[in-house]
Design a protein around this ligand. Structure first.
Ligand SMILES: [Zn+2]
Length: 485
């Protein structure tokens, strides 16, 4: 088998849960982890005679995602019924959009293996989620072999974001998903939490020989619960399909499930196989109309997006690309950074270094996403300012950091209180140097005989004598004078 002769062709379908307070077509709250069937009503339970009413907030949040991805938003779109039977679907159909979705086109720039390119979208449409079938229970009184249905999730608003088969590697798919998750969070449309199922991904994978333009047989892979699983599943599927084809076994179109434990995909008895969804326009809902002034309102309320913001930090503040990218990994984190820079605009690079090494190292992923940095932005700026103006050394600043965090005191207050002010006055430093030179004639002789590498030892002695508070630049200069003069 020679994988190098082949390439994968990948399309991704992502379902993002929109963070509305209530469901798509009824007033039930959107909740995660509530006791089963406590957030339901006759509409989302599909009782006969009930009528859905479109949640405006659902449309407004979807428009934010579509605007962020530069889609063509259609002034008029329609809902359709996607008919199928499943225990978690009480109406017997899902309200979705089919041939006239709210948005088409648009895309997202991805980078992988040193190459940047745009993944184009086929469409973004609105739909409702189904309920959940449960097969395992925390309760003792459920007989074995029984499945129950929790309909709390039924009717939760989703957008489905569908790419063209534009993605050429597992790495690109990984980058696309990371950036898409960042974007839906960035514009406050979704919490993007894959563990809780607010972001779900299916991958369509086919392979073809390099140079071939025709698409191969498409295999759909489901059950991808993390971005890392998507990458692993695509890598596996690529190898599996090439192996099959090279062995002369043609592929058939099917849906497969990813088994994260084994790292492989397995055939699934698919409910969609050979199924006709019998789509037709939802008769209980009118057209979705997006008047131009609503669109203007959405556009006006959009934040600066992550990619242009990272480029601005690079060009305006001189940050390395990788640092700008990490700072722009979450909007609250980037806001924190820029707020610190606003307090001390003279040294944005040093502020970035402190944030990305000393502070980020003390934060969880959730802290970073929420911009919960253990030091107020003004205090980080104050600390860097006192290093820059020579009040304290960088080394002292690092020593102060744990107490700054624990006490909540400002850097100036703590520097005063602990008497940490760096000594830049030449007098006391000269005194310390004189004492050391007098007490160590042998070392001085060694240095003067040409072994200038011992200079560091002298610096160490002076720093020790001044409790680390001497300004290193002044120490270096005066020590050189004393030893060589
Ligand atoms: Zn309801």
């Amino acid at each position: 088998m020679s994988l190098a002769d082949w390439e994968p062709v990948i399309g991704l379908e992502v379902h993002a849960q929109l963070r509305t307070k209530s469901k798509a077509f009824c007033g039930c709250p959107v909740v995660f982890g509530a006791p089963p069937n406590t957030a339901v009503c006759p509409v989302c339970l599909g009782y006969p005679g009930t009528l859905p009413v479109l949640n405006r907030e659902m449309v407004a949040l979807a428009l934010r995602v579509m605007t962020a991805m530069d889609c063509t938003i259609h002034e008029r779109s329609i809902f359709a019924r996607k008919n199928y039977f499943y225990p978690d679907l009480p109406k017997g159909y899902q309200i979705s959009q089919y041939d006239r979705p709210l948005a088409t086109g648009g895309g997202l720039e991805v980078s992988a293996q040193g190459r940047t390119r745009r993944v184009t979208l086929n469409r973004i449409h609105l739909e409702e989620d189904a309920g959940k079938s449960m097969h395992e229970f925390p309760w003792d009184d459920v007989p074995g072999g029984v499945s129950l249905v929790d309909l709390n999730r039924a009717g939760t608003p989703l957008v489905e974001i569908v790419t063209e088969p534009d993605i050429g590697s597992a790495e690109e798919a990984f980058d696309y998903l990371g950036k898409l998750r960042r974007l839906v969070r960035w514009v406050d449309a979704s919490d993007g939490n894959m563990e809780e199922g607010s972001l779900r991904c299916d991958a369509n994978v086919s392979v073809r020989r390099k140079g071939e333009t025709r698409l191969g047989t498409k295999i759909e892979v489901k059950n991808l619960n993390s971005i890392a699983h998507v990458k692993k599943a695509i890598e596996h599927e690529f190898e599996r399909q090439v192996e099959e084809l090279e062995a002369g076994r043609p592929l058939r179109q099917e849906t497969r499930l990813f088994d994260p434990g084994a790292g492989v995909t397995k055939p699934m008895r698919s409910k969609e196989e050979a199924m006709d969804y019998r789509y037709f326009q939802e008769p209980d809902l009118g057209d979705v109309v997006v008047p131009p002034d609503l669109l203007d309102e959405v556009r006006a309320s959009m934040p600066e997006l992550p990619a242009p913001r990272a480029r601005r930090l690079e060009s305006a503040l001189g940050l390395p690309a990788a640092d700008a990218e990490t700072i722009c990994s979450a909007r609250p984190f980037a806001d924190y950074y820029e707020s610190a820079v606003a307090h001390h605009a003279e040294n944005p690079k040093a502020i970035a270094n402190w944030l990305l090494s000393d502070l980020l190292g003390r934060m969880t992923d959730a802290d970073r996403l929420a911009g919960r940095v253990p030091l107020p932005a003004a205090h980080l700026a104050g600390l860097v300012r006192r290093i820059d103006d020579g009040t304290i050394s960088g080394k002292i600043a690092k020593e102060l950091l744990p107490e700054l965090i624990a006490s909540g005191k400002s850097p100036d207050a703590l520097i005063d209180e602990k008497g940490m002010k760096q000594v830049s006055d030449e007098g006391p430093i000269r005194d310390a140097i004189a004492a050391i030179v007098n007490a160590n004639p042998k070392q001085v002789e060694t240095y003067r005989s040409g072994k200038t590498a011992t200079f560091g030892w002298f610096v160490g002695q002076v720093m020790k004598a001044t409790s680390g508070k001497a300004n290193p630049a002044v120490v270096n200069r005066l020590l050189k004078e004393a030893l060589e003069g």
